[in-house]
Design a protein around this ligand. Structure first.
Ligand SMILES: NC(=O)c1ccc[n+]([C@@H]2O[C@H](COP(=O)([O-])OP(=O)(O)OC[C@H]3O[C@@H](n4cnc5c(N)ncnc54)[C@H](O)[C@@H]3O)[C@@H](O)[C@H]2O)c1
Length: 300
């Protein structure tokens, strides 16, 4: 998509960090922008820095399906049809899966995965019905590829966002709607303060907040990439209709290491009974998947 000017964009998690970077970049591209966030105080503070007629704030918990539909109705009434969707809101939680509760799962899955699903389910049918194309950017993370013991639930949500984004890309290509997945490394953001916005009904199973650890995270994120740098890379990737947006080039070698490990795990087993018949099916599937990738890139 070459020209974003005049389109309406909906950015979740728009009041801080990467989302606010998106908002600034989209306004500079000439878009009308809805800045959606769960924190009303942060929305107000962000709007005060923007001084732009073409942006409105919307308080929204992305985990709420009804809330999302209502926000979409309001934004489309005020700014016109949304054709650029940035499912970016996210929270983190650094603890191992075996140390986690169902409340921990429900919180992270609700925001990081269902929030993205809700954005897709709310806007994609509207975009398809109207024609006119568009683009969806889902914010995952390098944690969509790289696992450690600590961010177990976070890893789960980000792997899922990556998978759903790729599948969606292939089904939407014929509607002229592009899909990209953003996989950042460390970002200068407010995500260290995620505990502040954990819903009350999911607090019973939460561990006590470790203020020292939060302080360490805050310091760490100060060294993160500036959101405006990421947003510029994302706008360029939308123009080029690229699926993977790796904003942080320092991860290339580590990813190669991980993919090498994956390939290393294959074994040369002796042929089992169904092997040859399966190969014929897999060839057909593989050709189909390759064609879908080519079509989504626009190089059929
Ligand atoms: N900070 C990093 O180092 C990093 C790295 C990789 C990926 N990410 C991802 O980037 C995205 C943006 O995070 P960020 O780092 O800019 O953090 P951030 O905390 O600065 O911004 C996220 C925004 O999302 C909002 N939010 C949280 N829960 C919400 C909900 N339920 N409904 C609506 N809004 C909600 C927050 O209020 C906040 O304003 C997230 O998906 C995060 O997982 C961040």
């Amino acid at each position: 998509m070459q020209d974003l000017a005049g389109r309406t964009a909906f950015v979740t998690g728009g009041a801080n960090g990467i989302g606010l970077g998106f908002v600034r970049a989209l306004l500079a591209e000439g878009c009308k922008v809805a800045l959606a966030d769960i924190r009303q105080d942060a929305i107000d503070a962000a709007l005060a820095t923007l001084d732009n007629q073409d942006v409105i704030g919307v308080q929204l918990d992305v985990a709420s399906r009804d809330g999302f539909a209502a926000a979409a109705d309001r934004v489309e009434a005020e700014l016109g049809p949304v054709s650029l969707v940035f499912n970016n809101a996210g929270v983190n939680l650094f603890q191992t899966i075996d140390d986690s509760s169902y409340d921990d799962w429900d919180w992270l899955l609700g925001v990081n995965l269902h929030g993205v699903i809700n954005g897709v389910m709310t806007f994609v049918p509207r975009m398809k019905a109207r024609g006119g194309g568009g683009h969806v950017v889902n914010t995952a993370s390098m944690a969509a590829f790289l696992c450690g013991p600590q961010p177990g639930i976070y890893n789960t949500t980000k792997f899922a966002v990556r998978g759903m984004s790729e599948s969606l890309r292939y089904s939407l290509a014929k509607h002229g709607i592009g899909v990209s997945v953003l996989c950042p490394g460390l970002v200068k953001s407010h995500i260290f303060a995620s505990d502040e916005i954990r819903p009350d009904d999911l607090k019973a199973g939460a561990k006590a907040v470790d203020a020292t650890a939060v302080g360490r995270l805050e310091q760490l994120h100060q060294a993160g990439m500036e959101p405006d740098v990421i947003a510029a890379r994302v706008i360029e990737a939308i123009h080029a209709n690229r699926f993977y947006i790796f904003s942080h080039p320092e991860f290339r070698d580590e990813l190669r290491e991980v993919f090498d490990d994956v390939l290393e795990a294959f074994r040369d087993y002796p042929e089992d009974a169904g092997f040859q018949q399966r190969l014929a099916f897999e060839k057909m599937r593989r050709d189909g998947y390759r064609a879908a990738r080519q079509a989504a890139r626009g190089d059929e």
